[in-house]
Write a protein that binds this ligand. Structure first.
Ligand SMILES: [Fe+2]
Length: 209
């Protein structure tokens, strides 16, 4: 009976050793699979990062520089100076586009552009009122619509993520470029015949920084 008992014990131990061996093999296999998956994941994200960087570089090349030129000259004074600063600020935004990765990085520049534009518009509207510029109501409507479009762009920018932020920033840049040059040419130049009257009221206006 003693021998039989020892045999059973040995049998149980043998079974346990085999089961343990099988378990160890399964675990090893799983860990190998996990390693293989993470290597694949790393390869995939390296490929995506490379593609995204190439796309960013490609998109950034499509950004137009907004260049102030004589054709935009309105008053050889406050308004032109404001416009030149506005053009410069748009170009600063453009230069930052390839570096943007999150909405939080892009939003302060946009908010500050909006603020600058609002102050500049208020100055123009004030000068138009004081000089009795006849198209001032229509001009104010244009300004309000432009501010609304900047607000829409800011809302869009808030939804940007690392994958689409360059596309969104390039789109914003293109809208800015079109509206600022278009508005100056189509609307602001109408102020030209009134600039002498405006000048006396503009003399107290500081340079907008
Ligand atoms: Fe204007």
């Amino acid at each position: 009976m003693g021998d039989f008992g020892s045999l059973i014990t040995l049998g149980v131990i043998a079974v346990l050793v085999v089961v343990a061996g099988i378990l160890i093999l399964i675990l090893q296999k799983k860990s190998e699979q996990k390693r293989a998956h993470s290597a694949l994941d790393a390869e995939q994200s390296a490929r995506t990062a490379k593609l995204t960087a190439a796309k960013r570089a490609e998109l950034s090349k499509t950004i137009k520089k907004v260049q102030w030129a004589k054709q935009f000259a309105v008053d050889a004074g406050v308004i032109d100076r404001d416009h030149q600063i506005l053009f410069g600020r748009i170009n600063n935004f453009n230069q930052s586009i390839p570096a943007f990765r999150t909405a939080e990085q892009m939003l302060p520049t946009l908010e500050s552009l909006k603020k600058y534009t609002q102050i500049h518009f208020q100055r123009e509207e004030r000068l138009q009122r004081l000089s009795e510029f006849p198209f001032r109501d229509d001009h104010k409507e244009k300004h309000d619509a432009l501010i609304k479009s900047v607000e829409d762009l800011i809302e869009k920018a808030k939804r940007a993520n690392e994958d689409n932020i360059t596309d969104i920033a390039v789109e914003i840049s293109s809208v800015f470029e079109k509206w600022v040059t278009g508005h100056v040419i189509e609307n602001d130049l109408l102020m030209k015949p009134y600039v002498d009257r405006m000048r006396e009221h503009a003399s107290g206006m500081d340079k907008l920084a």
